[in-house]
Design a protein around this ligand. Structure first.
Ligand SMILES: Nc1ncnc2c1ncn2[C@@H]1O[C@H](COP(=O)(O)OP(=O)(O)OP(=O)(O)O)[C@@H](O)[C@H]1O
Ligand SMILES: [Mg+2]
Length: 308
């Protein structure tokens, strides 16, 4: 559905994207993460044909966004960072206007407006002025305009920014529903909401893609063990253990062991501790949170920002 290959974008001397590549399949809900200035909005603007890349390619449902922009745009719905709404318009009037822009006609148009009013739970405010709506309802109207033309791909730039926890949950539920049939990419700074909503995350950092990983139970699990032995001996024994792919010292005689089948590792670690007569102070399987991964991959950016 989406293919991005070695995408670069410079704004004058600023290199916002430094050659990113990824593919997104149909019906995937992908979270787009990264610190401020990582290049998320830039990527989304390129994918939706609002700006052009400096080099590289991006295509939507087989249409190159640079050379076949209109065909690509027909397959995409986009909610920009701050929803471009007209405060003086009534909600239904605005959706009608968006249908005009999208070329929707007749009974199909009426059906689609009814569908998005219902899906976004905004039927009750259809006859209210957009300028009089709360932020949560404005965001729902923004979401409604993004898929009123029934696109295959929906791109949402921080759709929950500034919303209260209830509204965030409602918008995430809408995104999950959309993701049952559509391909959705959405950016966010709230990691818990991404974990609860997405099947996969892409993490950008200083214009580079630093992680592309599936989410869900079982991904990235590792065994944490506390072993009171000489560090070099423990590292050697754990590394030589059957099934251990990566061994890391966590400090204070704690170690993390990753491998293909983490469920089998604790018994082996227990045996090693017994054979070597090392006290075993801790032994459990750990699922690193998205927050841990994010911090680890983008730590430099955060540190340099903090120093500014
Ligand atoms: N129109 C522009 N002109 C010049 N520089 C720009 C422009 N738009 C973005 N940039 C720069 O490009 C880089 C990437 O910006 P971008 O808005 O894509 O980041 P982002 O990941 O969306 O950040 P945020 O989380 O703050 O929304 C930043 O350094 C930003 O200052
Ligand atoms: Mg942004």
């Amino acid at each position: 559905m989406i293919e991005v290959e070695n995408l670069r974008k410079s704004y004058g001397p600023i290199e916002a994207l430094r050659g990113i590549s990824f593919k997104v399949k149909q019906s995937e809900v992908v979270g787009f993460l990264g610190p401020n200035g990582a290049g998320k909005t830039t990527t989304m603007r390129i994918l939706t044909g609002y700006i052009h890349q400096t080099s590289g390619t991006a295509s939507i449902a087989g249409h190159c966004v640079m050379s076949d922009t209109l065909a690509a745009q027909k397959r995409v719905g986009y909610l920009p960072e701050s929803a471009p709404l007209y405060d003086d318009m009534y909600v239904c009037e605005y959706l009608d206007f968006v249908c005009d822009l999208r070329g929707l006609q007749g009974s199909h148009r009426k059906q689609r407006i009814e569908k998005v009013l219902e899906s976004c739970d905004i039927t009750s405010v259809a006859r209210r002025r957009i300028g009089h709506l709360s932020k949560g309802f404005r965001q729902r109207v923004g979401l409604a305009q993004a898929f009123v033309h029934d696109p295959d791909i929906i791109i949402l730039d921080e759709p929950t920014s500034g919303l209260d926890p209830n509204q965030i949950e409602d918008i995430c539920a809408m995104i999950r529903n959309l993701g049952e049939q559509k391909t959705v990419i959405f950016s966010s700074h709230i990691l818990a909401e991404v974990e609860a909503t997405c099947s996969r995350v892409l993490i950008l950092h200083k214009g580079e893609l630093v992680a592309d990983q599936k989410l869900g139970k079982g991904t990235g699990r590792r065994v944490v063990a506390g072993l009171q032995g000489k560090k070099s001996s423990v590292l050697k024994a754990l590394s030589a253990m059957n099934g251990a792919a990566k061994v890391e010292a966590l400090g204070k005689q704690r170690y993390a062991v990753a491998g293909k089948d983490p469920d089998k590792l604790p018994a082996r670690i227990y045996q090693i501790a017994k054979d070597k007569e090392w006290a075993l102070t801790e032994l459990h399987i750990e699922q690193p949170s998205l927050a841990d991964t994010f911090r680890q991959l983008t730590r430099n950016a955060t540190a340099s920002k903090a120093a500014q």
